[in-house]
Design a protein around this ligand. Structure first.
Ligand SMILES: *[C@@H]1O[C@H](CO)[C@@H](O)[C@H](O)[C@H]1NC(C)=O
Ligand SMILES: *[C@@H]1O[C@H](CO)[C@@H](O)[C@H](O)[C@H]1NC(C)=O
Length: 215
């Protein structure tokens, strides 16, 4: 206790208050707990070397993306395959409350829930996400942006965002993990219905897109 009592008396000295004895006691206990917690966290970190999950849009299909002229109702049919990799060699992950949202012009227009899933160490899971329906687009600026993208090359800048809760499994222990956020900015070419028969020609090939992941 030599070190911590020095720390606590140093912390306590300037105050010279009535309850100095009690305060110094509280300080030394808190300081000791903080130091032990810090050492434990550092040891766990060094032992398990946690890595961020990696997320990639492996494929995407924009079958429909049209805007009704006067009402600005956006009709959409979008399916994407989100590939999620757990690069950790000692941490398995249980994903819960997985929710994906699709944004256009900064407006959320569709939402898709995905069932919970489990991912072992080093595993890659493909999460299929399907968005179909219609949603009003708000504001003339968004509608003008849509028309511009439609005229330019029928490619639309759609953003897919995903959030989830994580439970981590380390050996036999299950601990709550951080809440990852995934952001995938996409430029999607709308499928041309009349040219759909020869699938190879005309449709540009989709290159996988890395998503941004943070906690
Ligand atoms: C969306 O597109 C897919 C693939 O073309 C099709 O199978 C599905 O029926 C469409 N869904 C709706 C709601 O239009
Ligand atoms: C689809 O492609 C065909 C020819 O491949 C073209 O004539 C037609 O205008 C295209 N339709 C749209 C909506 O781009």
């Amino acid at each position: 206790m030599g070190k911590t009592s020095t720390v606590s008396s140093w912390l306590c000295c300037p105050c010279r208050c009535l309850f100095c004895g009690l305060l110094s006691c509280i300080f030394s206990v808190v300081a000791t707990i903080l130091v032990i917690a810090g050492v434990v966290v550092l040891a766990l970190y060094l032992l398990f070397r946690p890595h961020l999950i990696q997320a990639t849009i492996a494929s995407a299909d924009l079958a429909d993306f049209t805007l009704t002229p006067s009402t600005w109702i956006l009709r959409y049919n979008l399916s994407v395959a989100l590939s999620v990799r757990n690069p950790n060699s000692r941490i398995a992950i249980h994903y819960q409350s997985v929710v994906a949202e699709a944004y256009y012009q900064g407006q959320s227009f569709a939402r898709a829930d995905h069932p919970d899933f489990y991912q072992d160490t080093g595993e890659t899971t493909v999460v299929p996400l399907a968005f179909a329906g219609d949603h009003p687009l708000e504001g003339g600026v968004a509608a003008a942006g849509f028309r511009k993208e439609a005229i330019d090359h029928a490619s639309f800048s759609v953003d897919i965002k995903l959030s989830a809760k994580m439970k981590l499994k380390v050996w036999a222990f299950r601990v709550p993990g951080p809440k990852p956020k995934v952001d995938c900015p996409l430029m999607l070419h709308r499928r041309n219905a009349s040219a759909s028969a020869p699938a190879g020609d005309g449709q540009p090939e989709f290159h996988p897109i890395e998503c941004r992941v943070w906690f």
